[in-house]
Design a protein. Structure first.
Length: 530
């Protein structure tokens, strides 16, 4: 019926009471959330992690005007299907809220948010239960059918799936992943055989019936199928986890095999697409290369992996070169007679397929730019970030320690003066190099007192700092050089560096070079100067 208002401020209350419409979105969402929690508690169940259903709560709130929550159920026999399949169907397709027991296991109850508040909800509940049954039956059929084919045989079908028209099929990609994973496994002392097995099976579920129906389950279904075949548990988990981290804040792979394959997957993508010129431009990143680069950074730094960035990139480049050579040889074999091929080759050496150094350089810089972005998000200042990243640290796992050391050093009363002196030293050396000056020799103490004092002070400080650096005490290392403030100031006040005497000039330049090199092993201190 029509509702006639006497005053504008009657609108919201009368619309709810007489028209059964809750106009305010936040109030409506609160009502949905309250009823969901109440029904879940009545069944001694939970809705799962808040983050898992928050977006669904928002969507459902926008679909109803006068929400009412009802309890539905399905046959317990469907719980033999991996719960991720059932959860996805309920949340994504039907907008239901699945329920979980105290151990996080899916129950056979779910909650329906309806727009109709009825005393007898039987027809609504039974209608929704009838809708979900065939979807679950399809999922069970896909699951049971997929298990009849081994993952290694599914992997063979990847030959017919194009990954990229310039980078071959998904099978070609898997072969590269196996090569890269084997190299990384040796670097971090992980079982190469397990890494190879996980890499070989990592993409196999892409061609299964279940993932064809539910693409969001890639990796997850691979884990289930691997476990059903009796694969090593570390391999099964790695198959699921090699996509991680999939987004900002996502969890990292749970075991070392997963870390290896995840790195291999991301590095192959980066090297392959950079190699064919598919770089991100502006805000366009169709292949999510920024996400892949951040994934590499997070895995290496947060898991403290003792691997160099340059080595990781070259592993992926080497694998691509090997496959490029093998493809070339295969073409040659097909174009020549079998007898001719096996008598004379042609086995082309890997050296004939040189790495593209420009690609390596561009990719390396791209990753360092992503590192800067990540560090900014973590609250580091531009000066702190530039001081560390400008040195292009190969071991990314050390970057957080270097930043902590820089921050601690910057808090010292001597820091500002030393940073300014460091910047002055850098400028003097840069100008001297531009003039063709050579100062590769080891410096001596010198005759002038300030020069002699700086030489001795630097020698003593370096002697104390060296073991700290070896121990990984980077903060202690930098703080050791705080004692140089006075001798450095005195040196610049009383000593002329660029004198006419060549021997004297080069000795002083060599002393400044050693000063710069010792102080800047952790970070470029000059970047802290205002």
């Amino acid at each position: 019926k029509d509702i006639s208002l006497d005053r504008a401020d009657e609108y919201e209350a009368r619309l709810e009471n007489e028209g059964h419409v809750i106009a305010d979105f936040d109030k409506r969402r609160g009502e949905v959330a309250s009823q969901l929690s109440e029904k879940a508690a009545a069944l001694k169940s939970s809705l799962g992690a808040d983050a898992d259903y928050t977006s669904l709560l928002e969507e459902v709130t926008a679909l109803v005007e006068y929400p009412t929550v009802y309890i539905g159920e399905f046959e317990p026999g469907f719980l033999t299907v991996p719960q991720e399949c059932l959860i996805l169907t309920m949340r994504q397709n039907q907008k239901y809220f699945p329920l979980f027991d105290a151990d996080g296991k899916l129950t056979n109850n779910f909650l329906i948010v309806s727009n109709m508040r009825l005393a007898n909800s039987k027809s609504i509940v039974e209608g929704n239960q009838r809708v979900i049954r065939p979807r679950f039956a399809d999922a069970r059929f896909f699951f049971e059918t997929d298990k009849k084919t081994k993952l290694v045989n599914w992997a063979e079908k990847l030959r017919d799936v194009v990954y990229h028209n310039q980078l071959g099929s998904q099978f070609d990609r898997v072969e590269r992943l196996r090569a890269v994973a084997g190299m990384i496994a040796k670097d971090i002392d992980t079982d190469p055989a397990l890494a190879d097995q996980a890499a070989q099976l990592a993409k196999a579920d892409l061609v299964t019936n279940m993932v064809g129906e539910f693409p969001e389950l890639q990796g997850i279904m691979g884990r289930y199928y691997a476990l059903s075949e009796g694969e090593d548990g570390r391999v099964a988990i790695a198959i699921e986890d090699h996509y991680k981290p999939r987004f900002a804040g996502d969890a990292l792979p749970r075991n070392d095999v997963g870390l290896v394959v995840a790195l291999a997957d991301k590095l192959d993508t980066l090297v392959g697409l950079f190699g064919i010129g598919q770089l991100p431009t502006g805000d366009k990143d169709p292949f999510a290369l920024r996400r892949h680069a951040l994934g590499v950074i997070r895995i290496v730094t947060e898991k403290n992996l003792r691997v160099g960035l340059s080595g990781l990139i070259r592993h992926a480049v080497t694998a691509a070169r090997i496959k490029e050579r093998d493809r070339w040889n295969e073409v040659q074999r097909k174009q020549s007679s079998e007898l001719e091929y096996f008598q004379s080759g042609p086995v082309i050496p890997l050296e004939d397929f040189p790495p593209k150094e420009d690609v390596i350089l561009k990719l390396t810089e791209f990753i360092y730019e992503r590192l800067k972005s990540l560090l900014r998000d973590q609250g580091y200042t531009p000066q702190e970030i530039e001081a560390v990243v400008s040195l292009r640290p190969d071991f990314l796992a050390d970057v957080p320690k270097h930043l902590a050391a820089v921050r601690a050093f910057a808090s010292l009363p001597e820091a500002r003066s030393l940073a300014a002196a460091n910047k002055r030293v850098a400028n003097i050396l840069k100008q001297a190099e531009a003039k063709g000056e050579a100062f590769s020799q080891s410096p001596v103490a010198g005759k002038e007192k300030a020069e002699h004092d700086l030489f001795d002070a630097l020698k003593q400080a370096s002697g104390k700092a060296a073991p700290l650096f070896q121990q990984g005490d980077y903060t202690g290392y930098l703080k050791t050089f705080a004692v140089l403030k006075a001798p450095v100031d005195a040196f610049f006040e009383s000593v002329m560096v660029m004198v006419d005497d060549k021997e004297l000039r080069q000795n002083r330049l060599a002393l400044l070079r050693d000063l710069r090199d010792e102080m800047n092993r952790i970070a470029d201190i000059s970047k802290l100067a205002a």
